[in-house]
Design a protein around this ligand. Structure first.
Ligand SMILES: Cc1ncc(COP(=O)(O)O)c(C=O)c1O
Length: 309
């Protein structure tokens, strides 16, 4: 089925829907977004996504254009039109359309949405992570559409042959460029706290709940990068990646100092090449804790798709 698009009251193809040049998301990145997964034709954990959307909108003083019930109706209609059982929903709310000027205009927010099929998951390969300095602003808890540092980090990682970037701020791991990061050391699970320096993932929230149900111990604390060598397991989580085991973490030798403190000098390019890769951590196979959480997550999704949760 073709992708479904929605823009301010009209369902249309994502290829033909257009926003005016003076749309604030386009000009300033002045907006927020959410990404939801559809399993069995239903939006997964939608209340948690709507809760985070409300928080993001409040943070930048955009009036929420819809109640939760209206959001649900709109999204369910888009999913119904897509006819997809497994899909990804992206929804964006920006401050709206107004002649370009930094100050906030008094206009209606702009709402757009897409629904696209997601293929059935192939058995997951073990991912690799490239450590990069976390150069994002100090409010990454807001799910803003300003994703330039995330996009650049992902691109640098991909060019170096990694699946994801592992971001490090002042010598401590925050998260991935589009995922939350987890470590297991001596049976204890470590993940960064949901403070201003990470985007508190909806998947993270479910994994924390599943870990508690499984009786696993979690420490919400940023892992010092120097401790990475001592961890037993690494995995990342996200709406698209679910629970993804990691088998290798590496860094470019030249990046080392910037992981502790960003240098004052501006680089020539942000798309730095990884010329001297150094492995910081490596393992074979999936660790016991990661496997347990992966299974619990998959079970939860299956029960959801069967209308049981
Ligand atoms: C920076 C960042 N952290 C974490 C996540 C994971 O969040 P979620 O589990 O809600 O998809 C994302 C997802 O896009 C992200 O962009």
């Amino acid at each position: 089925m073709p992708a479904i698009g929605y823009l301010n009251g009209e369902f249309q193809s994502p290829d033909s829907a257009v926003v005016p040049i003076d749309e604030r998301g386009h000009n300033f990145g002045d907006g927020v977004y959410e990404v939801l997964r559809v399993y069995g034709g239903r939006a997964f954990l939608s209340d948690w996504h709507f809760e985070r959307l409300e928080r993001s909108l409040r943070a930048i003083a955009i009036d929420n254009p819809h109640t939760r019930a209206e959001w649900a109706r709109l999204m369910n209609e888009a999913i119904r039109r897509s006819g997809e059982a497994q899909a990804l929903v992206y929804l964006q709310v920006t401050r709206g359309f107004a002649t370009r000027s930094h100050g906030f205009p008094q206009v209606r927010p702009s709402v757009s949405m897409t629904v696209r099929k997601v293929s059935e998951k192939a058995p997951s390969a073990h991912g690799t992570l490239l450590c990069l300095p976390d150069e994002r602003w100090g409010n990454v808890w807001v799910k803003t559409i300003n994703l330039l540092p995330n996009v650049i980090a992902k691109e640098v990682a991909h060019r170096a042959g990694a699946d994801e970037a592992l971001l490090v701020r002042n010598g401590e791991v925050t998260e991935g460029s589009s995922s939350n990061a987890w470590f297991v050391r001596d049976g204890v699970i470590w993940t960064a706290p949901a403070d201003r320096y990470i985007l508190a993932g909806v998947t993270r929230r479910l994994v924390l709940q599943l870990a508690e149900e499984l009786g696993l111990t979690v420490r919400e604390q940023r892992l010092p990068l120097d401790d990475l060598k001592d961890v037993d397991e690494v995995f990342i989580t996200g709406t698209t990646s679910e629970v993804q085991p990691i088998h290798k973490v590496f860094v470019d030798e030249g990046t080392g100092p910037a992981l502790q403190a960003l240098p004052d000098t501006a680089p020539d390019t942000l798309l730095q090449e990884v010329s001297h890769p150094v492995t910081l951590w490596e393992t074979e196979g999936t660790g016991v804790v990661t496997a347990k959480l992966r299974e619990a997550y998959a079970d939860y999704v299956t029960r959801f798709a069967m209308l049981e949760v």
